[in-house]
Design a protein around this ligand. Structure first.
Ligand code: SF4
Ligand code: SF4
Length: 352
């Protein structure tokens, strides 16, 4: 019988020998300098992880380059983290500084550890997905060109996790990031009735709508959308290309704050709406970049040491958050399904 699902290879074939020898015996780690983690085992053996920033969508040339560097300094051992950082795993301490020197000479940014911005998690954007309201990697590039000083140092009050999703389906980690940038559609899908009739499975399109906004239109052998119920999620477009959701004039960007995955100190939190709409302005998205930079700077100036964005907001309250940041608080911030045609809902807790 043909074997069709091979799955990933067993991780034990790929871990560095020092990790295999000390599996389950690592005692602690320190961060001797930004971007360098030192793990120490019960046996006294040491492993250094050197972290560099990477674009999430990378070329084969880039992969070849980092593999060549890993061959030279790490016996070929490197890994990608869940935030798309690249980590070189160095078990020979004498190779640590030469590796750092070579990375510097090739203009790689070393950092992303401790109280810093780590690599930005982001979604597919215009390169790949079908429902984006904005690009993802383009925004990340524009934003990190401004913020990389917070990647290569550890001068923030706490760690800062950024994420970008190009639509509200948010296949990135936006729902629980310190600052999340989320592309938004603001208009109901445009129905090409002829296309729906010819190409789409109408029951599947109707079932795909989370708010029950789509109903059959038997006269046209198509569907119609109840405008008041639509929240512009684009799920129907996923099922049927004749329900176009992208709209150059209305699509834009929202910014969410205060989420975290970690349960250190305080419970995990969802990100909440801070800025309901900014224009989608490629190729450099200046409004988005300025807004994120401003949020980082206000938080960094007012948070106590160790306080994540959401913990800081919990302490000072949302009213003061809007005062300190100078952001307007609008009806768009209030969670209420009745506002569905005009607002992007957050959560029931999001009230003064
Ligand atoms: Fe596609 Fe939305 Fe994910 Fe972007 S966030 S890649 S548009 S599903
Ligand atoms: Fe329903 Fe979303 Fe399509 Fe609107 S965009 S009709 S809410 S599936």
């Amino acid at each position: 019988m043909a074997r069709t699902d091979f799955g990933p290879p067993d991780y034990r074939q790929m871990i560095p020998p020092v990790i295999a020898r000390n599996y389950g015996k690592w005692k602690y780690h320190t961060i001797p300098q930004p971007g360098v983690l030192k793990h120490v085992s019960e046996s006294g053996e040491v492993l250094y992880s050197v972290r560099i920033a990477s674009a999430r969508l990378v070329s084969t040339d880039f992969i070849q380059e980092i593999c060549d560097i890993a061959d030279k300094y790490c016996d070929g051992y490197l890994r990608f983290t869940t935030r798309h950082n690249v980590e070189f795993l160095v078990s020979d301490e004498t190779k640590l500084q030469p590796l750092l020197d070579e990375l510097k000479s090739r203009n790689f940014l070393v950092g992303g550890t401790g109280n810093a911005i780590s690599n930005v998690v982001h979604t597919q954007g215009w390169v790949h997905c079908h429902t984006p309201a904005t690009d993802a990697s383009g925004i990340v590039k524009s934003m990190m060109d401004e913020l990389h000083g917070y990647f290569t140092t550890m001068k923030l009050p706490a760690r800062l996790r950024l994420a970008v999703a190009c639509c509200v389906n948010m296949c990135g980690a936006c729902h629980c990031s310190d600052i999340a940038i989320v592309g938004i559609h603001r208009a109901v899908p445009r129905i090409n009735h002829e296309g729906v009739a010819k190409a789409c499975e109408i029951p599947s399109v109707i079932a795909a709508c989370p708010t029950g906004a789509i109903r059959p239109n038997p006269k046209l052998k198509s569907v119609e959308v109840i405008k008041e119920k639509c929240m512009y999620c684009g799920n129907c477009y996923t099922m049927c290309p004749s329900m176009e959701i992208q709209d150059a004039e209305n699509d834009g960007i929202s910014i969410w704050v205060g989420g975290k995955v970690s349960n250190a100190r305080t419970a995990p939190k969802f990100s909440r709406l801070a800025i309901p709409y900014l224009p989608n302005n490629p190729p450099r998205w200046p409004e988005v970049t300025d807004a994120v930079k401003h949020l980082v700077e206000v938080w960094a100036a007012h948070a106590k040491p160790g306080e994540r964005m959401g913990e800081w907001i919990d302490r000072i309250g949302w009213e003061r958050f809007f005062k300190l940041t100078g952001l307007p608080f609008t009806d768009k911030h209030i969670d209420d399904f009745n506002f569905a045609p005009t607002t992007f809902r957050s959560t029931t807790q999001f009230r003064f």
